[in-house]
Design a protein around this ligand. Structure first.
Ligand code: DGY
Length: 323
């Protein structure tokens, strides 16, 4: 019997490919542009395992085309690009990579927070554009202290909790909103308090989004919310772009309804230099790099391969969505 066939929508680390090639007949989509849905549909027909990325939409139509597929292993913690309900119905396992990227994403969130409140990237742009004329004025490039400020965490999962831990050491007051409150033990350990969404929005000096993108969170952060936020407040998002209504955010920033934003994720990615967000000074933008550290990406590759191996042999992946 020949080797089982698998497909990767993008290459991963050499060590991981070596492992995969030992067991499977491996095909990889190369090039910088994601594989089209039509081509992926073609590929998926005859494979038993798929390794994909957050920008690959794996909907029910694609899953229907997969006659032998046993597992979808995504190289990401997010799995909103996969119709997991439908995969479950078709008895296809879905593996993902949480935990290993928690610290990297919490670190990036923290750096975005510091950057936007202390205007680091803005200062860098001022110098690079030859606009730094006078030194050390009393009102020049003033930012905001973190100490004593209220941080509102929307979504207290692994990454939200790791971010809270970092914020606590900066003497911030931390409140959070979640589908349901976490245990008192955890609240005490992290030094935070559960509040309603409304309180989170109205009381926070900085709001950081750490929730998955679902029907409930889709476009949740819109003008109605921005108008309730403090005028001096900042918004940070390292989870999924579609949780924010970007058109409303651009208006809110331009009209100074809120003070600034720091974003790693967008409604549609990649964004380019002409995106309206790039024209606003009090915004820090990074290109979806939450998990992007050498160490983390290696661990993600390891888990992705393990998830795929388990799924192909009919077992539950180490990190499995639902089934
Ligand atoms: C993920 O893995 O889903 C994250 O978006 C990576 O930053």
């Amino acid at each position: 019997m020949g080797k089982k066939r698998i497909f990767l929508t993008r290459t991963i680390h050499h060590f991981a490919l070596k492992k995969l090639r030992r067991r499977y007949q491996v095909e990889i989509h190369t090039g910088k542009i994601p594989i089209s849905q039509i081509k992926l549909r073609d590929k998926i027909e005859n494979i038993e395992g798929l390794i994909c990325f957050p920008y690959d939409k794996i909907g029910s139509d694609l899953i229907d085309a997969a006659k032998n597929l046993k597992v979808i292993s995504t190289y990401s913690v997010g799995f909103d690009h996969i119709d997991t309900q439908y995969a479950k119905k078709k008895k296809i396992r879905v593996g993902y990579t949480p935990e290993v990227l928690t610290d990297a994403t919490a670190d990036l969130t923290f750096s975005l927070m510091l950057d936007v409140v202390r205007r680091v990237s803005e200062g860098d742009r001022i110098i690079r554009n030859g606009k730094w004329r006078q030194i050390y004025g009393a009102f020049d490039y003033v930012g905001m202290d973190l100490r004593g400020k209220t941080l509102g965490i929307f979504g207290l999962g692994r990454i939200g909790s790791a971010f809270a831990k970092r914020a606590k050491s900066f003497d911030m007051k931390i409140i959070y909103h979640n589908r349901k409150p976490v245990s008192k033990n955890k609240e005490n350990r992290l030094g935070l308090k559960y509040v309603t969404l409304n309180k989170l929005i109205t009381q926070s000096d900085i709001i950081s989004i750490h929730a998955p993108h679902t029907k409930e969170t889709d476009q949740l952060f819109d003008m109605k919310i921005f108008k309730k936020m403090k005028k001096s407040a900042f918004l940070i998002n390292t989870s999924r772009g579609k949780i924010i209504n970007e058109i409303d955010l651009v208006i809110a920033l331009n009209k100074k309804i809120i003070a600034g934003a720091a974003l790693d994720v967008y409604g549609s990615e990649p964004i380019n230099e002409n995106h309206p967000l790039t024209k606003i000074q009090n915004v820090v933008l990074t290109p979806h790099i939450g998990s992007s550290t050498k160490e983390t990406r290696v661990k993600m590759a390891e888990i992705t391969v393990k998830n795929l191996n388990l799924g192909i042999s009919g077992k539950k992946p180490i990190y499995s969505v639902g089934y």
